[in-house]
Design a protein around this ligand. Structure first.
Ligand code: FAD
Ligand code: NAD
Length: 466
């Protein structure tokens, strides 16, 4: 079989690239080694983690907030099996949706492991049966990533686990030790803390979510503490031992003292590594860099003329929407268009409650680059809408250029931050000044009024409601 474009990997990078290629008239093939489409994001990432976050949040609210709202119910109980089953059905519906989209767009889906025979020939090895080969004019590699591990600790998938197993547990851990206070650590740590686990997060850096604006880390640490999550920062993990039903984590704290933490499960969430195992890149004239990534230029083209790579397997944030934008960008380039991605405006979200969402520069980055900036912030507790729903934790922080007032960064921790950050992306895409946003009418009462107020604070230090 001969194709115009072959995409290897059906995650959000790969399936979006395939759809856009098909829309643009290319005869397109999509190769996926697993039986379901959707990659990490749909099967063991974004979707299942959000399903469990939502379920656990409902439970947490029923236990902690219903009475105050005037709703008296019998003490709720977690039916963990049902929680996991519901998550599985959400995943199934979402993955089935991708099957439908492939059919609708007349994309040939090949289930099997893809590997290069040469730069225009791909071998597909299914789980059962004989391997086949297809030839193709262009290739888009979208093979994603896998969890990183520590050299001294074997992930046994029983007690020492990754996010994949944490989404499939058979019981609620009594004490979950999480290595890494990044996005996965804080999201899955929240899930289990809400449904009754003791949760200890062990983070190497001096703050959790260390790549985000420092104010967000400070605020999230406060709410995590309120929810009973113990964040041990500046701790270097030296050993993780599976002792049957107990896991022992050994770490060294800032003072050089040895710390021992005992739990029943240990989730290792220290980042992910690009996945190219078995692709036989050499046969196509390709190799990986020192971090295992496939090197690409600004157009996502590899050093081999007809081969592109996108998503987690290349440089940049490991985010589903970044992978999607890259899939679209490559397809449109192949069709002779001139698309562009503004990487600085790819938002980042942590789906804890309250949520954390950011776009643009952090205050730390602006300080380091020497840009003159001003800060406007507004706390949710001063907002009527937030008080009405009792979601008063958090704030909006807007960073603007001191001279031009252009918004350089927006950082929100609060209820619905994940959805609100789109307003920051839009404003920054159109290079709005903080004053522009502060002069737009924002519906009352809404959480978005906090963005308007933070912009007022940034522009002339004249917020209205504080
Ligand atoms: P992937 O989604 O990893 O897909 C790659 C696909 O390629 C896989 O299906 C794999 O089986 C297939 N493959 C690999 N090699 C071959 C081969 N040789 N032949 C055939 N098929 C192959 N991001 C967000 O933006 N928001 C979130 O809320 C979010 N939550 C997450 C939660 C968790 C627990 C995890 C682990 C990740 C989360 N992410 C989130 C990150 C997101 O899942 C990834 O950034 C995204 O899936 C990357 O997309 P991709 O297409 O590059 O690769
Ligand atoms: P991460 O990079 O977000 O966090 C890893 C954390 O582990 C960092 O804080 C790091 O300092 C810490 N760490 C590293 N080595 C350590 C060690 N030896 N001991 C203690 N701490 C250590 O990575 P993650 O949370 O594993 O997530 C992986 C990827 O998946 C991320 O790139 C993220 O973008 C993506 N993801 C995104 C979302 C989302 O968008 N909501 C959710 C989950 C995952």
């Amino acid at each position: 079989m001969q194709y115009d474009v072959t995409v290897i990997g059906s995650g959000p990078g790969g399936y979006v690239a395939a759809i856009r290629c098909a829309q643009l008239g290319f005869k397109t093939a999509l190769i996926e080694k697993y039986s379901t489409l959707g990659g990490t994001c749909l099967n063991v990432g974004c979707i299942p983690s959000k399903a469990l976050l939502d379920s656990s949040e409902h439970y947490y609210n029923a236990v902690n907030h219903f009475t105050e709202h005037g709703i008296d119910i019998a003490k709720p109980k977690v039916n963990f099996k049902q929680m996991i089953e519901r998550k599985a059905s959400v995943v199934k519906q979402t993955c089935d949706g991708i099957d439908y989209l492939m059919k609708k767009n007349k994309i040939d889906v090949h289930h099997g492991f893809g590997s290069f025979v040469d730069k225009n020939t791909i071998k597909i090895t299914p789980d059962k049966g004989d391997a086949t080969q297809i030839t193709t004019d262009k290739v888009i590699i979208a093979t994603g990533s896998k969890p990183s591990s520590l050299p001294f600790a074997k992930i046994d998938k029983k007690r020492i686990i990754t996010s994949t197993e944490a989404l499939e547990l058979k019981e609620i851990p009594k004490h979950l030790i999480v290595i890494g206070g990044g996005v996965i650590g804080m999201e899955l740590g929240s899930v289990y803390a809400r449904i009754g686990s003791q949760v200890t997060v062990v983070e190497y850096m001096d703050k959790i979510i260390p790549t985000m604006d420092g104010t967000m880390a400070k605020e999230l640490t406060k709410v995590a503490k309120k929810q009973g999550i113990d964040c041990k920062v500046s701790h270097k993990v030296t050993a993780i031992e599976n002792k049957g039903k107990e896991v022992i984590v050994k770490a060294e704290n800032k003072k050089g003292e040895q710390v021992e933490i005992k739990g029943d499960y240990c989730l290792v969430a220290i980042g992910r590594r690009p996945y190219t195992d078995g692709l036989n890149l050499e046969a196509a004239g390709l190799s990986t860099d020192e971090r295992g990534r496939i090197a690409v230029d600004d157009h996502l083209k590899t050093k081999v003329d007809n081969i592109y790579a996108i998503g987690d397997v290349v440089r940049g944030a490991m985010l589903a929407h970044k992978a999607e934008e890259e899939g679209t960008m490559v397809a449109e380039q192949l069709a002779g268009q001139k698309p562009h991605i503004n990487y600085k405006l790819i938002p980042g979200v942590v789906y804890t409650w309250p949520e954390v969402a950011s776009v643009g520069h952090t205050e730390e980055e602006l300080k380091e680059s020497g840009v003159a900036y001003k800060v406007g912030s507004f706390p949710f507790k001063a907002l009527g809408r937030a008080r009405a729903s009792m979601d008063v934790d958090g704030l909006v922080k807007v960073l603007a250029d001191k001279n031009t007032d252009e918004i350089l960064g927006m950082h929100i921790i609060g209820a619905r931050a994940a959805d609100m950050i789109a307003a920051g992306v839009t404003a920054m895409e159109y290079r709005a000044a903080a004053e522009d946003v502060s002069r737009m009418s924002h519906a009352h009462p809404t959480y978005m009024e906090a963005v308007k107020e933070a912009c007022l604070a940034a522009t002339e230090n004249r917020p209205i409601h504080i």
